[in-house]
Write a protein that binds this ligand. Structure first.
Ligand SMILES: [Zn+2]
Length: 407
């Protein structure tokens, strides 16, 4: 017996966009928010050998359930195409398709693209792989191509994949891709496709600043200046300058000497978050990943409690029930998880009890606070019927997460 008196009982939260990829520390940060299921392998980056990946998951045990996608960029690298500015050759594409088929056969849940990171991949390459995923009845997640600021044309390229191939398409982290009027146009376009019956979905975080690798094309110097990005919005997320705003010299130094460090760029305005969630069924996502302790974006430790605090408690834009739908039932539908996202007899016993008054995030950006700080108010969590958080404390050594495969 556990005492849940005074708390709000909800199905466990489902995070549709993460880079958890078997990282235990990252998964623990999600669990502390009440997330019991995560979809990893996003933005084109994933393991390629899924037998090994799943064996590793089973061996170590895992705090939460995880579904894993195979990523386009990782397939390219495995096929020998390391140049993100060049298209894959015919021979490379054949290898990529074989590897994707093998990954699906071994249990990969979907196919992800991070097209902004591979500007050289032509739409035909994307469509050919997307068709393969559709034929295998796997979903597709897309971090869209951005050829200019607020490039809505490339959003159309991504949305068009759904009617053309028959695949379900999830548009990744809306607020990190679009801002201001561009975001409004993006939402209108997604809405148009949904109204026409296209099987398209979208997720968003609750920050306007995104984090990504310093050495990726997102931070190419040409892009930085042509798009009018500015140093007063650019911070180092990890590495020796973590938490500091950068100047041209430090930006160049990091890109040259430690391209794997993450940079945080605040591209948006505070209203963007409210705009993103004004679209029906937009799901909450963390975009979380592994970072050195005390460094990185607070999204990994704070997103879901922050969503509920800002959108429900403060802004009142969503009712509590509607907000919880965006964290549970809607993502369960988008991922085809009929046993999750609802409280019902026979459904999976992934459960969370919230202390609503106390609920708030505690993590903040490096330089301002601790990006790893766990939230308050996530009182009890059950994963697959096992109690894993009690009185806001993680019960150590309990790993009840299962690896989710497409049936
Ligand atoms: Zn992404």
């Amino acid at each position: 017996m556990v005492d849940a008196a005074g708390g709000y009982l909800t199905p466990g939260f489902i995070d549709v966009h993460s880079h958890t990829d078997n990282h235990l520390v990252c998964a623990e940060k999600l669990l502390a928010q009440g997330i019991t299921t995560v979809l990893s392998g996003n933005c084109g980056i994933s393991p390629v050998d899924f037998s090994r990946f799943f064996a590793e998951f089973e061996e170590t045990g895992f705090p939460i359930h995880q579904a894993e996608q195979v990523g386009h960029s990782s397939l390219r690298a495995a096929a020998g195409q390391d140049n993100v500015y060049a298209p894959s050759s015919r021979d490379q594409l054949i290898i990529m398709k074989e590897l994707a088929k093998k990954a699906f056969a071994e249990g990969a849940y979907g196919l992800s693209f991070g097209l902004e990171y591979v500007p050289g991949s032509p739409p035909e390459e994307v469509l050919e792989l997307a068709q393969l995923a559709a034929d295998a009845q796997r979903l597709i997640s897309i971090h869209t191509r951005l050829t200019k600021l607020n490039d809505v044309d490339s959003l159309r390229e991504a949305l068009e994949i759904a009617p053309r191939t028959g695949a379900r398409v999830i548009i990744s982290h809306l607020v990190y891709m679009f801002t201001g009027d561009g975001l409004k146009r993006a939402i209108e376009l997604i809405n148009t496709y949904r109204q026409r019956g296209a099987d398209v979905w979208a997720d968003s975080g609750v920050y306007t600043a995104f984090a990504t690798g310093a050495g990726t094309p997102v931070f190419d110097e040409k892009v930085f200046f042509e798009w009018g990005m500015s140093f007063d919005r650019l911070r180092a997320g990890t590495g020796k300058y973590a938490g500091q705003f950068l100047d041209l010299e430090k930006y160049r130094e990091i890109r040259r000497d430690s391209p794997g460090d993450s940079l945080i760029y605040d591209a948006g305005t505070p209203d963007d978050i409210f705009t993103a969630y004004s679209l029906d069924d937009v799901m909450v996502s963390t975009d979380s990943g592994e970072n050195p302790p005390g460094q990185g974006h607070p999204q990994s430790a704070a997103t879901f409690p922050r969503f509920l605090r800002v959108l429900v408690k403060e802004r009142g834009q969503l009712s509590l029930l509607e907000a919880l739908r965006r964290c549970t039932l809607i993502p369960a539908r988008a991922l085809g998880l009929a046993q999750k996202g609802r409280l019902a007899e026979g459904a999976d016993a992934d459960l969370v009890v919230l202390d609503w008054e106390r609920l708030r995030e505690a993590a903040d950006f490096p330089g301002f606070g601790n990006p790893d700080a766990p939230p308050q108010g996530v009182k009890l969590v059950f994963v697959g019927g096992k109690l894993v958080i009690k009185d806001e404390q993680r019960l150590s050594g309990v790993y009840a997460g299962k690896s989710l495969h497409v049936k």
